[in-house]
Write a protein that binds this ligand. Structure first.
Ligand code: ATP
Ligand code: TZE
Ligand code: MG
Length: 267
């Protein structure tokens, strides 16, 4: 019998994978709460002195360049090398990598360390593939549909799984691809949901390192479903944020499998 996304959720909760998150100051709290609500165990560590040791003992590592500085970049490179040396998956979130020369150079150094999975918004993935975007900062100004070809190119070039998120999500390993619809228009109205999703992908990848495309789809599906549940009740972005965390904690195996029946298209 094939493994369902609901099975993966149950398995991840049983394991409670330790996820080493090097993420930005804006997202740290939200991402940690999202991982706890989903059933994983987050740790937000970024000191160069300890990241190699911690990345080797965690189940997965996630790296997000949102509030980058030189010492953080040095720690990110040490952590990624350590994850690679201990065969742990690591996920790269290239926040606004196109915005400044410092970020462009940083992302190129991090890509050289061969991320297992890359998750970004459409503008970030288009610019990773060498394309142009009008986006100047952390928010996307492009549709995911316009980033699909770029995602396939980036996946092939770097040997990574690539997830592009937005109103619809697109995931590819360069050969097989999946589209997910749904969620809520309130999702881009609060900051750091994408960053938190990158950490969620780390949780599922850490639990299932041999099934990375499926793990990525499971993380994205949990977000789309939790977004729908929270959006039905929320009065606006503020109440959406806490309802989203509650919704993630409430999702059960059968809910996720039922949602997969209408929210996902395998290409
Ligand atoms: N208009 C929308 N409708 C439905 N879902 C959305 C919409 N925009 C984003 N999402 C969902 O929100 C989540 C975060 O994706 P998004 O692409 O906004 O990340 P991001 O731009 O990197 O965010 P941030 O940088 O603020 O962390 C994903 O689960 C995505 O599917
Ligand atoms: C708003 C913001 N600024 C730097 S990182 C970040 C979180 C969303 O990417
Ligand atoms: Mg982002």
């Amino acid at each position: 019998m094939s493994i369902t996304q609901g099975d993966e959720l149950t398995s991840m909760r049983a394991t409670a994978p330790l996820v080493h998150c090097i993420t930005n100051y804006v997202a740290m709290n939200m991402a940690a709460n999202v991982l706890l609500a989903a059933g994983a165990s987050p740790a937000m560590l970024h000191a160069e002195e300890e990241v190699a040791e911690f990345a080797s003992l965690a189940n997965a590592l996630t790296i997000n360049i949102g509030t980058l500085s030189a010492p953080w970049l040095a720690a990110m490179k040490v952590a990624a090398a350590s994850a690679n040396a201990s065969a742990k998956p690591w996920v790269l979130d290239p926040v606004a990598h196109h915005a400044t020369a410092f970020r462009r150079s940083a992302i190129s150094e991090l890509l050289d360390l061969r991320p297992t999975i890359i998750r970004g918004n459409a503008s970030e993935i288009i610019t990773l593939s060498g394309g142009h975007s009008a986006s100047r900062g952390v928010d996307s100004l492009d549709a995911v549909a316009a980033a699909e070809d770029a995602a396939v190119r980036v996946a092939k070039q770097h040997g990574s799984i690539v997830a592009v998120t937005g109103a619809a999500d697109f995931v590819t390993d360069g050969e097989r691809s999946v589209r997910l619809t749904g969620g809520s228009p309130l999702m881009p109205q609060i900051t750091a949901l994408g960053c938190s999703l990158t950490c969620m992908i780390g949780a599922f990848a850490g639990d299932r390192p041999a099934r990375l495309l499926g793990a990525t789809v499971t993380a994205l599906a949990c977000f789309k479903l939790a977004g729908e549940l929270a959006g039905q009740q929320a009065a606006g972005p503020g109440s959406f944020a806490w309802r989203f965390v509650d919704a993630l904690a409430s999702i059960e195996q059968r809910d996720l499998n039922a949602w997969m029946g209408h929210g996902v298209v395998t290409l």
